[in-house]
Design a protein around this ligand. Structure first.
Ligand code: SAH
Length: 351
């Protein structure tokens, strides 16, 4: 039997049905939704405008999602904060809060671990443990919002895991996060990053969303991409670009392509030229990211001169790009490293 959804993962209509079963009027469901998603309550005790009997019953039948902050690291460089959460089953996940001129952005994990196997990434080292549920993704945003006492305006699905390998829960997360009666985030402020699961990308294009799609390309050709990303054995770059064309046709939104610059691997001028050729006829934006070194991997980040040369080449060919500013460099800000250290060495070693 399928495990029942946690109450925070229910859409407003589903919550209404649930309460109707216990004879509650529709406005109670609206009140409860607001407690869960607008005020981000962590216990039924807080929900003072609901009858005590109802609160007591729900606390028994529908316990709230547990996500406890077990570690919080604050960057002294740029106000980035990294959170490690412990879930009900003892698994730990990480999320990052970044502060920008345009607001507060949270980087959310979608799975415990990952099975995509990208060779430069720390999140995939131990494989996939389990997918996260929509309420566990929401809990990352809601707890960070509460901890900082500030509204979260942007969310990027760029933590551990492959969001399109956890399609249903990720979509539920996005829709609940943007619900008018909850946090009311603009879909435009949500970025979903994928390593390029083509059938799911095509399905996503038809969902009527106005989120930003980011595709982790990291290479200018299939041959080079297969060396870095096993998923490239399943889908070619042409197939990915086709899916991006469909995305643009359906949503009118340009696509961001992520490109981690790795010294001697994909950062040559020839690579930049090939990338520019590949993206020539598409409304693309390229994010250049100097690769973060992961101690279990041999890859080194490109030097500043190589990065600048790469950027200049793309510019010359008319490709829109930005060099991503590194954030939280002093707190293991990147890509699953904090969780790995926590699991390997225990709590005292991660500071
Ligand atoms: N699974 C999704 C989202 C998670 S990772 C995806 O593949 O897009 C978010 C981004 O960080 C991806 O572009 C990923 O390739 C990149 N990334 C992973 N490890 C990295 C590293 N060591 N240095 C730089 N970027 C990395």
């Amino acid at each position: 039997m399928e495990k029942a959804r946690r109450i925070t993962a229910l859409y407003p209509e589903e919550l209404k049905e649930l309460l109707a079963e216990t004879g509650q009027p529709a406005y109670r469901a609206r009140q409860l939704f607001s407690w869960l998603h607008e005020k981000t309550a962590t216990s039924y005790d807080e929900m003072t405008n609901l009858p005590r009997a109802l609160r007591e019953k729900l606390a028994e039948t529908h316990p709230l999602t547990k996500a406890v902050v077990v570690k919080r690291l604050c960057s002294e460089l740029d106000d980035t904060r990294k959170y490690l959460f412990e879930l009900e089953d003892g698994n730990v996940i990480e999320s990052v809060r970044m502060s920008y001129e345009h607001g507060i952005s949270v980087c959310v994990s979608t799975q415990v671990g990952c099975r995509m196997g990208c060779r430069f990434c720390a999140s995939t080292l131990g494989g996939l443990v389990r997918p996260l549920t929509a309420d566990e993704m929401l809990a990352q945003v809601y707890r960070i919002r509460q901890d900082g006492g500030e509204r979260v305006s942007h969310v990027v699905l760029m933590g551990s895991g492959e969001p399109l390998d956890n399609y249903e829960e990720t979509l539920r997360f996005i829709r609940l996060l943007c619900a008018e009666e909850g946090q009311n985030l603009s879909q435009r402020n949500i970025t979903l990053s994928t390593c390029g699961l083509v059938p799911e990308m095509r399905r996503l294009a038809e969902e009527g969303l106005s989120i930003t799609l980011a595709v982790s390309l990291h290479a200018p050709s299939d041959e080079k991409r297969r060396r870095l990303m096993p998923v490239a054995n399943r889908y070619s770059m042409e197939e990915i670009l086709d899916a991006c064309h469909l995305w643009f046709a359906e949503t009118g939104r340009r696509v961001t392509f992520e490109y981690a610059l790795i010294a001697g691997e994909n950062d040559g001028e020839e690579d930049a030229r090939a990338l520019a050729r590949f993206l020539a006829d598409f409304p693309a934006h390229v994010n250049l990211i100097p690769v973060n070194t992961v101690k279990e991997r041999e890859y080194k980040r490109s030097g500043v001169p190589a990065i600048v040369r790469f950027h200049k080449k793309l510019e010359k060919y008319g490709i829109n790009d930005t060099i991503r500013r590194e954030m939280g460099a002093d707190i293991q800000g990147a890509c699953g490293q904090l969780r790995n250290n926590y699991i390997q060495y225990g709590q005292e070693k991660v500071t």
